[in-house]
Write a protein that binds this ligand. Structure first.
Ligand code: G
Ligand code: G
Ligand code: MN
Ligand code: NA
Length: 253
């Protein structure tokens, strides 16, 4: 309850910030999108990691307030990047959406409002939904359909940790698979083969693939060999504040 109170205050007192992590396209060597990750700069305590407050926020509608804030803030940031005209102009952004917000009838309007308020074209926004939420919430699939009809892209986050069947993969209303870090970390030959199969299946279904949590050069090479050409992780850049993103993006390219 103390964390919840503190977080409620943080939202109005402007203590939350978004950090951005570049996603690198290996074929062109360019960064075309970033993932927005919330951070809490608590006065007197420094940076509170999301693991300490996201689960708390998820136990109430506070997570929807946080979600609305993240949508507005990240899209407003894209505008600022565009206006600055540097290496961050034209970037796309991926925003994490919680299960509770996905189940809320307000999500579609929240997304529409954030796009309209910031004058952002919907193609520049990807919503990340975890695989577990996606599989457990078949009822929410029609909502994802509505969002895609607006032009927003949908990604399955932490793909491989849940239980999407091959049958579902053919029907699930998504545009991108984000392969979980646990697969990137494994050098077991069968896991590597599994990644190759997932990348191939994604291609056949017309889906994009992003590998997450890439920390080493060897992992980049191994991923390339599986056909995966879009990557994100500390090897390229940690999530950084907006003011440092331009340097981070240049460092990735
Ligand atoms: O950087 P990392 O420690 O940033 O994030 C930890 C977890 O918090 C991840 O599972 C991530 O998806 C989640 N997370 C980060 N930012 C947000 C956000 O804005 N909304 C939601 N729902 N989850 C977030
Ligand atoms: O669950 P989700 O994929 O939304 O959250 C991404 C999480 O992974 C964030 O906590 C982010 O800080 C973290 N992350 C991103 N790249 C790396 C990496 O290369 N290594 C590790 N350990 N964590 C990473
Ligand atoms: Mn994510
Ligand atoms: Na993930």
């Amino acid at each position: 309850a103390a964390v919840e109170e503190g977080l409620r205050h943080a939202l109005v007192a402007d203590e939350l910030v978004l950090h951005y992590q570049p996603v690198t396209d290996l074929d062109t060597g360019r960064v075309r999108s970033v993932e927005a990750l919330v951070r809490w700069e608590k006065p007197g305590e420094g940076l509170v990691p999301p693991g300490r407050f996201i689960p708390v926020a998820e136990s109430s509608d506070l997570i929807c307030d946080l979600g609305r804030w993240a949508l507005r803030t990240s899209l407003a940031q894209l505008r600022a990047f565009d206006a600055a005209g540097g290496d961050c102009a034209g970037l796309r952004v991926a925003v994490n959406v919680s299960g509770r917000h996905l189940r809320s009838p307000r999500l579609v309007d929240d997304v529409r409002d954030a796009l309209a308020a910031t004058g952002t074209s919907p193609e520049r926004l990807t919503l990340e939904i975890t695989e577990t939420v996606m599989v457990e919430d078949r009822a929410a699939w029609s909502r994802l359909g509505e969002l895609r009809a607006i032009g927003v892209r949908i990604a399955i986050d932490d793909f491989g940790t849940g239980y999407t069947s091959f049958g579902q993969l053919a029907r699930v209303p998504v545009d991108v698979l984000k392969i979980d870090k646990s697969f990137v970390d494994s050098d077991d030959p069968r896991t590597v083969e599994l990644v190759r199969l997932v990348v191939g299946a994604a291609r056949s279904f017309g889906l994009g693939v992003v590998a997450e949590g890439v920390e080493q050069a060897e992992q980049v090479h191994a991923l390339r060999a599986t056909g995966c050409d879009t990557v994100q992780g500390f090897y390229f850049s940690r999530p950084v504040p907006a003011a440092r993103l331009e340097d981070a993006v240049r460092g990735c390219q």
